[in-house]
Design a protein around this ligand. Structure first.
Ligand code: SF4
Ligand code: SF4
Length: 192
């Protein structure tokens, strides 16, 4: 049974979207204001309102199209769409859910590889030092993307000299608490 329009909390994509993010695509009446205001719309493969439409119509293959789109990885969570939406649809939350689902099903858009690497390197830095450690983040990102190894290599010495980059991480005191947040998020995601 399709859940569009009546929020049954079943195991369908829409059911889990409601359950995990509290968001329902049935509120959207396709006015397009979100897409008109989105600063990234021109670079997306589908505008944000079309992603919502794909979820609403629930036709075969549309779910995979939304999950395999570049759009969900380009979204910056800037919330411009939310501010404009007359129905208060929280698109950043929907995009966040779709990214997790896309990873879970292995449907990531090929162009999203670098963005995903950056997300992972950023989270690793937070998990292990409790704050952002720029040198570690860049090293982690480049290790995941060897083709970028020598990009910006001339910029780093200048940044070191200006004191913008620290060679060693500054560990915060509450790292154990940060670790628990990650553990909780992991359990929520995997159910284990
Ligand atoms: S602005 Fe809101 S109601 Fe309009 S298309 Fe976008 S999500 Fe739907
Ligand atoms: S939150 Fe995402 S979809 Fe909404 S306007 Fe910003 S970039 Fe576009």
């Amino acid at each position: 049974m399709s859940t569009n329009g009546h929020h049954a909390l079943d195991d369908s994509l829409i059911g889990r979207l409601v359950k995990q993010s509290g968001q329902s695509v049935s509120h959207c009446y396709q006015c397009g204001k979100c897409s008109a205001g989105c600063p990234l719309a021109a670079d997306m493969d589908y505008p944000p309102s079309l992603i919502v439409r794909m979820l609403q119509v629930d036709l075969p293959g549309f779910e995979e199209k939304a999950l395999g789109s570049k759009t969900i990885w380009l979204c910056l969570a800037c919330e411009t769409c939310m501010a404009r939406c007359p129905k208060e649809v929280d698109l950043p939350k929907i995009m966040d859910f779709l990214r997790q689902e896309s990873l879970r099903r292995g449907l990531e858009h090929p162009d999203a590889k670098k963005i995903i690497s950056f997300h992972k390197a950023f989270l690793d830095s937070l998990q292990y030092t409790g704050r952002l450690f720029e040198v570690g983040l860049v090293a982690d990102y480049k290790a995941r993307n060897p083709m970028t190894a020598f990009q910006d290599v001339l910029v780093a010495p200048k940044m070191f000299l200006k004191g913008k980059l620290k060679p060693f991480p500054h560990m915060i005191k509450g790292r154990a608490a940060i670790g628990k947040i990650f553990e909780k998020a992991r359990k929520k995601e995997t159910g284990k």
